[in-house]
Design a protein around this ligand. Structure first.
Ligand code: PLP
Length: 390
């Protein structure tokens, strides 16, 4: 119809929290003032709380990939043997990055839509007791699959290797008990469940990881975690921070703290569950049915239909921006995001629109069938007893 509100519905960037967006109006703040230091200290404390860890958590001025890079360049030595798990485009980024820094990367690969099982990691560690690290994605955003981080953490904990997790879409969508599961380095990004624009990466570092980092011989300068830690202890960042994003982050963290991280996670998990129910009710297939992530649901386009037709339909008919597949998955799948500031009203609209788009393009599915599946999941969760623990 004639008015189309633009809706950003991708798994990063995600919809912005209005309060966090409005807070950016106060960006005319100097970063070496007491006002900023106070704000920065609050952000550092809130980040720790939201990550749920006693480890150091540092913000970096970069997208998530910068924090990924920092975890390599600050902790390892050239030629270090590492195990790199890959099940999609972001896993491939770990492979390329570790190789770019001269690490000796042993790659454990799973086909797109699948995951690397904990047993394979255990096997690889047993065969390579000199491995210094294990790299993985908590949630592989390109395929909509989630890894069993807890089981892997228990295995890696008992070895000298450190566990490095790209949790950029895992944070806020799945439980990640950093301290108890042995998650040595955990990485997040601002434009995902943190509900603010792109431009900040986050990294938590365990004592075991700091210890390994003492022997690091890889060049690094801008991303210097030790320097950043020292600055953070003074309520400062090493370089000029992205002041506007830090201000925005402060609001978003306040919101997440008030909501509770467990509720943010449950929210994504319920939306993901409802989405899976809806698309299967409509006769579509999931791309990662065995271990679907709560961050994003990847759905196969109907046979004979390019998923780009669906993505375009969302944009042209409804002003909704949803994600196509990446790389070789482009044209095969489309992805519906749940991480961060998404609610059931968004999902009713997405599934209602999807039913219209599919019918308009020759895939017959009765109107309302997918929407009813979402309503059912909502009713079960909302009208049942309070399910979130105290
Ligand atoms: C978004 C994302 C990244 C980071 O990408 P940037 O563009 O650098 O922010 C890394 N890993 C995963 C799993 C992601 O979803």
């Amino acid at each position: 119809m004639h008015i189309k509100k633009q809706r950003l519905l991708t798994p990063g960037p995600t919809p912005l929290l209005p309060k966090a967006l409005h807070a950016m109006m106060a960006s005319d703040m100097h970063h070496r003032t007491q006002d900023f230091q106070k704000l920065y200290r609050q952000v550092l404390a809130d980040l720790k709380e939201v990550f749920g860890t006693s480890n150091d958590v540092l913000p970096l001025v970069s997208s998530g990939s910068g924090a990924m890079e920092a975890s390599i360049s600050n902790l390892f030595r050239r030629g270090d043997k590492v195990i790199v798990c890959t099940a999609g485009k972001f896993g491939e980024r770990w492979v390329a990055m570790t190789k770019a820094f001269g690490l000796n990367s042993m790659v454990l690969e799973a086909p797109y839509g699948d995951t690397v099982g904990p047993a394979r990691v255990a096997e690889a560690l047993a065969a390579n007791p000199d491995a210094r690290g294990v790299f993985i994605q908590a949630s592989e955003t390109s395929t909509g699959a989630a890894h069993d981080i807890r089981a892997m953490g228990e295995i890696i904990k008992k070895t000298p290797a450190i566990f490095i997790i790209d949790a950029i879409t895992g944070l806020g969508t799945m439980p990640l008990d950093i301290d108890n599961w042995g998650l040595d380095v955990l990485i997040g990004g601002s434009q995902k469940a943190f509900m603010i624009p792109p431009g900040l990466g986050f990294i938590s570092v365990s004592p075991k990881a700091w210890e390994l980092g003492k022997n690091c011989d890889l060049p690094h300068f801008y991303f210097d975690l030790k320097k950043e830690l020292k600055s953070a202890r003074n309520g400062e960042s090493s370089w000029t921070p992205a002041v506007s994003l830090i201000i925005s982050l402060a609001e978003a963290l306040k919101y997440v703290k008030e909501l509770g991280m467990n509720r943010l996670i449950e929210n994504a998990q319920l939306l993901a569950k409802a989405t899976r129910a809806a698309v299967t009710a409509m006769g579509l297939e999931l791309f990662s049915p065995a271990s679907p992530a709560a961050s994003v649901t990847a759905v196969k386009a109907p046979a004979g239909m390019d998923s780009g037709v669906i993505v375009k339909g969302f944009r042209n008919e409804f002003g909704m921006i949803i994600a196509n597949g990446q790389g070789s998955m482009k044209g095969q799948i489309f992805r519906i995001a749940h991480l961060g500031y998404f609610d059931f009203a968004d999902l009713f609209a997405v599934i209602g629109a999807l039913e219209l788009i599919l019918n308009a393009n020759g895939f017959a599915t009765p109107y309302g069938k997918g929407v009813a599946a979402v309503q059912t999941v909502y009713a079960e969760a909302a009208f049942a007893k309070e399910t979130v623990g105290a």
